[in-house]
Design a protein around this ligand. Structure first.
Ligand SMILES: O=C(O)C(=O)C[C@H](O)[C@H](O)COP(=O)(O)O
Length: 217
């Protein structure tokens, strides 16, 4: 693969992820929640959304948000296979994120039009991703895999790599990641509590989203 293609891919991911300090990770059970939930987050200053493929409603939710929520940039999470990559692109996702990476996904993504963010948890996984020409990665599961200290340590040997840490992060721990130069944005679900979605308490979710941006440059 050419350098130009890799640089273009890196720039495409940066252009999306750098738009907000936090990337909400959503598991949408009721399809009718998709649009109001996305609107609540956009209103709270978090326009970039990761809808995980963990629920039956996920693909339709992505399609509805892509078509119906002004200002939202909706991507897909829990992309496990090349078939998932095709499915989320067809649904209208603007990007795709995986909780890890496989050779099959690296190969498929290299030919795919959709910007894709593979995940790593260790230096060796990161080196494999760099070998495939990637420079941007999800760091998952962030808190369990060493937290901000691990990402800070990656900056030494891997200065070209930047990350979206996700997994176990909350409002209290997010600043430790935001303080690192190799963090683009921080992913998580703390601003979308299950009980708030269940109760359709969209104002509460907007308020929690606003707190994610408070104190950000
Ligand atoms: O489903 C995927 O593709 C994942 O990678 C997992 C999610 O990103 C994390 O589970 C979100 O983390 P929490 O903020 O701890 O909820």
């Amino acid at each position: 693969m050419s350098h130009t293609h890799n640089d273009t891919r890196t720039a495409a991911i940066d252009a999306i992820l750098a738009r907000a300090p936090v990337l909400p990770v959503l598991a949408i059970e009721r399809l009718d929640d998709a649009v109001p939930l996305a609107r609540a987050l956009v209103d709270g200053g978090l326009p970039v959304l990761e809808v995980t493929l963990r629920t039956d409603a996920a693909l339709a939710a992505i399609a509805r948000i892509a078509a119906g929520v002004d200002g939202a940039i909706v991507g897909a999470g829990t992309v496990l296979t090349p078939a998932d990559l095709d499915a989320v692109a067809d649904a209208g996702a603007a990007f795709a994120i995986s909780p890890g990476a496989t050779d099959a996904l690296y190969t498929a993504a290299a030919r795919h039009r959709l910007p894709w963010l593979p995940a790593i948890a260790t230096a060796s996984e990161l080196m494999r991703g760099l070998d495939h020409g990637h420079r941007r990665f999800k760091f998952f599961p962030a808190e369990a895999a060493g937290g901000a200290a691990a990402l800070k340590a990656f900056a030494g040997p891997f200065p070209q790599a930047r990350f979206c840490p996700t997994g176990g992060i909350d409002q209290a721990s997010a600043p430790r990641y935001h303080a690192l130069s190799n963090v683009i944005t921080v992913g998580g679900s703390w601003m979308v509590p299950k009980d708030a979605i269940e109760a359709r308490d969209w104002p509460r979710i907007t308020a929690l989203a606003r707190e994610c941006g408070a104190g950000q440059p």
